[in-house]
Design a protein around this ligand. Sequence first.
Ligand code: SAM
Length: 420
Amino acid sequence: MIEKLVPGGAGMARLVDGSIGFADGALPGEHIQVNAVEAHRGYVRARGFQVLAPSSERVVPACPIAEACGGCDWLHLNYEAQLRHKAGLIAEALTRTGGFRALPPISVERSPRPLGYRLRIRLHIDKQGRVGFFAGKSHALVEVESCAAASPRLDAALAAFRRISASFPNLARHFEQAELRVSEFEPERSVRLTAVGVPLAAQESARAWLAALRAEFHVAIATLDADYHQRFQLADSLWLEASPHAFVQVNWEVNLKLVESVVGSARAHEVRRFLDVYAGAGNFTLPLVAAGLEGMMIEGHAQAQQSAVRTLSGRGAVVPALCEDAGGALRRLAAAREPFDLVLLDPPRAGAADVIESLLALRPSFIAYCSCDPVTLARDLKSLCRDHYELESVRGFDMFPGTHHVETLVWLTRRQPTGA
Ligand SMILES: C[S@@+](CC[C@H](N)C(=O)[O-])C[C@H]1O[C@@H](n2cnc3c(N)ncnc32)[C@H](O)[C@@H]1O
């Protein structure tokens, strides 16, 4: 019987011989009959199975290509159960990887839209010029006509992109990826193209396709088009302006809740000076500055940092925005004993192992760690909480409904030295 869902999204069972088995798509409480298994060191993984008795949490996916497409792996789970199991995944990672014994209560903030929430999608283009997503755990292309996770405007952009690409399949294949983006706040949509390792001159031969795309999209290729920015509203008269090359959160309504939580906690803890590490285009820096805090940001991607500088200077805000690797920048700030009450971390999936030592040397009173991977989060929290910090709160945010992915915001408080 499947016991629980584990980070990575699979169902886990203990087999009669005492070993552990994983089955992607199986749900807690279900008995399954497995067709074949892949043996790994210490565990097996099911390759195909039949559900003998379905869980009451199982539903028919609201997307016809859910099984083939690797994008949304939890669409067969009802939404309330998704939220509950995501809270379980966070707790599991914190106890198993992080070694925490006592956890604050963990709940996951729901997405106002469990479907149709995404404002960007990354499409793959194959050698025949066909457009789609990759199948789960493979690079096989699954053509998509419509994406249930995409917002209606983004889905319309997908249809337009497919229509234009289908007319020029020989030209589209000069590129291997296309990220489509829309903002709910302005009509223009963008597509960022990644070339198949061919020089710009060769990409130029795709001119007819690019011209057709440009009639309906803002087209961004490599580092060109640095001046174009899409606008996303954070609050009344507070706009994030992001280049198509800069990171933006995929689910804007949930992002607003996340930002509100960070700013609310900073206010409640009377933070005066913050450092925003892995700051992107300034998604947290901007609202924190608008709330009257002083700060500094670090972002390694030049176009994201330039987007932030542009927005901040447009507001007349004086915020040092370092464009460099977070590890190196933090080592320098720690050596210079720069004082911060709050350090905010929002690293990519791999986590923030590189900055932990310098962060401990910086000794901020609070750390807010925002993560899209509970396991690397738990690993880094283990180092931070060994001697110096304690978990004050752990909140999940359902940034990616229909998938096993979850955004987690952890607030850490520096321990008072004992016996001093
Ligand atoms: C998950 S995004 C978060 C961005 C931003 N906080 C937001 O909410 O939109 C992570 C960001 O870290 C940046 N990044 C990744 N590795 C980095 C590194 N080693 N040093 C500095 N920035 C890095 C990426 O370019 C990206 O903008």
